[in-house]
Design a protein around this ligand. Structure first.
Ligand SMILES: Nc1nc2c(c(=O)[nH]1)N[C@H]1C(S)=C(S)[C@@H](COP(=O)(O)O)O[C@H]1N2
Ligand SMILES: [Mo]
Length: 172
């Protein structure tokens, strides 16, 4: 499964990225502002939950920790919902999002992300299964509770660590 639904049409003139929810200082950037933030480059392997992996990728963009810097996360908030254009969501612990290899990427192996692969901007979380790496991102919502995202509501694991093979949630 590469993505659910159609590739959303995104106009850079109206693109925005927001940080909302349990923060004292909500943030909002235009494309021009967002792409002027300090950049990082991350080299990683990626693992889809349905068995395939893609080795040795280089992504460049803005570190998730940089995006959250200055937002003043409220005490008690420990999770985030990532929101995408098109309606996709996924949930992550803030601690996983703050790892230094997590970024909102604009390029893959030196070229701008294609719409198919999440362009203009996608999340990349190398240490978790790739469904957590939301394509076409438009913002982060900081939360106190761990609200399941799109796949997580449909049986995928809340955490998704490939090394622990956290693919699907246990039925209960
Ligand atoms: N917005 C959005 N992001 C998404 C998905 C999706 O359905 N919608 N699918 C996820 C899944 S299951 C995978 S495996 C990867 C695929 O990324 P790729 O198309 O760049 O290989 O995107 C993830 N990000
Ligand atoms: Mo996937």
């Amino acid at each position: 499964m590469l993505h659910y639904g159609a590739i959303p049409r995104i106009d850079l003139a109206t693109w925005e990225f927001t940080v909302t929810g349990e923060v004292e200082a909500p943030r909002r950037w235009s494309w021009e502002e967002f792409t002027r933030l300090p950049k990082v480059s991350v080299r990683c392997d990626i693992h889809c939950v349905t068995a395939w992996s893609r080795f040795d990728n280089t992504f460049e963009g803005v570190a998730a920790a940089e995006v959250l810097r200055g937002a003043a996360i409220r005490p008690g908030a420990a999770f985030a919902t990532v929101h995408s254009y098109g309606g996709y969501t996924t949930n992550l612990p803030l601690a996983a999002l703050m790892e230094d290899d997590v970024l909102f990427a604009f390029t893959h192996d030196g070229v701008p992300l294609t719409p198919e692969h999440g362009g203009p901007c996608r999340l990349v979380v190398p240490r978790l299964y790739f469904w957590k790496s939301a394509k076409w991102v438009r913002g982060l919502e900081v939360r106190r509770d761990d609200r399941p995202g799109f796949w997580e509501q449909n049986g995928y694991h809340m955490r998704g660590d490939p090394w622990k093979e956290e693919r699907y949630s246990d039925p209960w």
